[in-house]
Design a protein around this ligand. Structure first.
Ligand code: SF4
Ligand code: SF4
Length: 408
């Protein structure tokens, strides 16, 4: 099991308490950003673009403790920036652990090994190491060679020192399902406690705007990624969230479930969007027009989002808040049969088809890249409103290359 029993029990009790009290909106994970600066500059990052005077600032330990106490979430995730660059991060972690918060410190691991003596192993504390795939893919995603090897060495050192270690992987449009599956096996062999996976979000500020996944492609990718997932893969996530990523379970975003706190205050409405700040969690809850956010709202900024910070709290609320959710979660955790498969996607083709990756030349700039499947027999197949064979002939679609991925 990827999540310790004590943590599961704490979260279950907390959610049930909210249900009994009929609290409609409550926080599950505090996203605590104690700083925005980082020692990497990943192309898909939407957090490090602030001016230098902002990047120099840190939240104080007292501000962090006040935020944790004010919102009351049982879990605290510390992303950034790179938290290990915060001069008092050890004090912040120790204070949160003393308050019995389950803390996940997200790190790119460049400073992890040298920082280990600053921390003490605890059931309340885990390093969550950023690894976006196998060596080649990860180093490309973080725009620097050698980072994967440093991270793997640091994971080994942290495990040897008795720390809980998990990983977090963000997937982009060029993710190769087969290579990612082999990567999950590598992480299992490494001995990490659990893995967290999520599609990326197309931050308006991120330099790379071409590699984020539209919703249908996210579902298609996660169906291939998690097809017949072996029991040795342990995900540090709710089983219903993973079913949601595969298009097998309906969820709506609950952005108040993972509130983000940083040097500006409580970020509205979520960790991903930056539409103003509230001075307290209560003010955030009471003065945000939540109907403007989430997939059903029709907000274009939310249209393709399936990111864990918006949907994991919804999955947990379903798991403990409805009999159907409870039964589905229990069935998935015990491996007693699979969740019913969701509707087929427009671009899912029968088995026996040949997958290709094509770029739509009509969308300039930049070309939209699709993975499509051409049946071996005809080479012509309608896909998302285009006749592939015809459009390739007329230079409206260009074949980028065969895809290595397989059907589920
Ligand atoms: S390691 Fe994280 S915070 Fe740093 S640049 Fe990359 S995505 Fe941004
Ligand atoms: S759908 Fe995504 S971007 Fe929109 S509010 Fe929810 S988490 Fe934020």
């Amino acid at each position: 099991m990827a999540v310790p029993l004590s943590q599961m029990w704490t979260v279950a009790r907390y959610v049930l308490r909210q249900k009994i009290r009929r609290v409609k909106r409550y926080p599950l994970v505090l996203m605590l950003e104690p700083l925005f600066r980082c020692n990497l500059a990943c192309a898909g990052c939407g957090k490090i673009q602030h001016p230098a005077n902002i990047l120099r600032q840190n939240l104080s330990p007292e501000q962090c403790f006040r935020a944790a106490e004010e919102c009351g979430a049982p879990m605290v995730s510390i992303p950034g920036g790179e938290p290990l660059m915060h001069p008092q991060i050890d004090e912040i972690v120790a204070g949160l652990v003393a308050r019995k918060k389950y803390v996940y410190l997200c790190t790119n691991a460049l400073k992890l090994e040298e920082s280990l003596p600053r921390f003490r192993p605890s059931k309340y504390f885990s390093f969550s190491v950023h690894l976006d795939g196998p060596r080649e893919e990860h180093d490309r995603a973080v725009c620097r060679e050698g980072v994967y090897d440093i991270a793997v060495a640091a994971i080994r050192a942290a495990l040897a020192a008795g720390f809980r270690v998990t990983t977090n992987s963000t997937l982009f449009v060029d993710a190769d399902a087969e290579r990612m599956r082999a990567f999950f096996d590598e992480l299992v062999e490494l001995g990490v406690e659990g893995m967290m996976i999520s599609p990326g979000y197309s931050y308006a500020k991120a330099p790379d705007q071409e590699h984020f996944l539209p919703r249908e492609q996210t579902i298609s990718l996660f169906r291939r990624l998690l097809a017949n997932a072996p029991k040795r893969w342990k995900f540090n996530q709710s089983p219903l969230f993973l079913e949601f990523l595969k298009g097998n379970w309906e969820l709506e975003c609950t952005p108040w479930g993972s509130p983000a706190y940083n040097i500006f205050g409580w970020q509205r409405p979520c960790y991903l969007l930056d539409e103003g700040y509230a001075t307290s969690y209560r003010e955030l809850l009471e003065t945000t027009d939540w109907s403007r956010y989430g997939h059903a709202s029709g907000n274009p900024k939310c249209r393709d989002c399936m990111v864990h910070c918006g949907y994991e709290p919804s999955a947990v609320a379903d798991a403990f808040g409805s009999l159907r959710g409870m039964l589905a979660t229990a069935r998935l955790m015990l491996g007693l049969g699979r969740q019913k498969r969701g509707a087929p996607l427009a671009n899912e083709f029968p088995s026996g088809a040949i997958p290709f990756v094509v770029a739509d030349q009509r969308l300039q700039p930049p070309p939209q890249v699709y993975e499509i499947r051409l049946p071996a027999t005809t080479g012509r197949q309608a896909h998302a409103g285009v006749t592939v064979g015809e459009d390739i002939k007329q230079d409206r679609l260009a074949v980028v290359g065969p895809s290595a991925s397989s059907d589920t």
